[in-house]
Design a protein around this ligand. Structure first.
Ligand code: FE2
Ligand code: FE2
Length: 171
């Protein structure tokens, strides 16, 4: 196979993180549904699908390069929340954590002279810029809206959702 086993192991570990992120976003979307915030719910359903796409992209890469893709249980996710801001802060923290994990994966690839994996991972490096940037924007909007969550809903209803376009990992 094209990949060294430590690289396969590291990518498989990231698969678990992406599935965990997907499950966490789904839990957040379901909370927004309970709170009758349909635009926020839709936004997080899309994010959940996007993270699922990231996991699938990583698994496909391992398969294509002759390694053994492993689907492991996700880590625990938070299912209940007390405010919109709490959810968006959690989401932003998660994106910052994933960004650090992707950067570490690149480091492992470089340490192993794995140019193929390094190049493959660059898509994720760029994707994280978009993910952190859009979640930071959303947190700012939520903080500015205060108690008036209709403003957040209105903002989302007229903002093209990141990930719904050409750069979607699920595509
Ligand atoms: Fe992701
Ligand atoms: Fe993400």
């Amino acid at each position: 196979m094209l990949l060294k086993q430590p690289i396969v192991d590291a990518i498989n570990a990231q698969v678990t993180e992406e599935f965990t992120a997907s499950a966490q976003y789904l839990a957040i979307a379901l909370y927004f549904e309970r709170e009758t915030l349909p635009e926020l719910a839709n936004y997080f359903h899309l994010q959940a699908a996007e993270e699922h796409g990231h996991a699938t992209k990583l698994l496909g890469y391992i398969n294509e390069a002759g390694g053994m893709p492993i689907i492991a249980p996700t880590r625990a996710v938070k299912n209940d929340f007390s405010s919109v801001e709490e959810c968006i802060r959690l989401a932003l923290d998660q994106e910052l954590t994933v960004t650090a994990q992707i950067n570490n994966l690149v480091k492992v690839a470089m340490e192993n002279d794995d140019y193929l994996t390094n190049q493959f991972l660059q898509w994720f490096v760029t994707e994280q810029l978009e993910e952190v940037s859009s979640m930071t924007d959303l947190l700012n909007i939520v903080k500015r809206a205060g108690d008036n969550l209709f403003r957040v809903e209105e903002y989302l209803s007229r903002t093209p959702h990141p990930g719904a376009g050409a750069n979607n990992g699920a595509a």
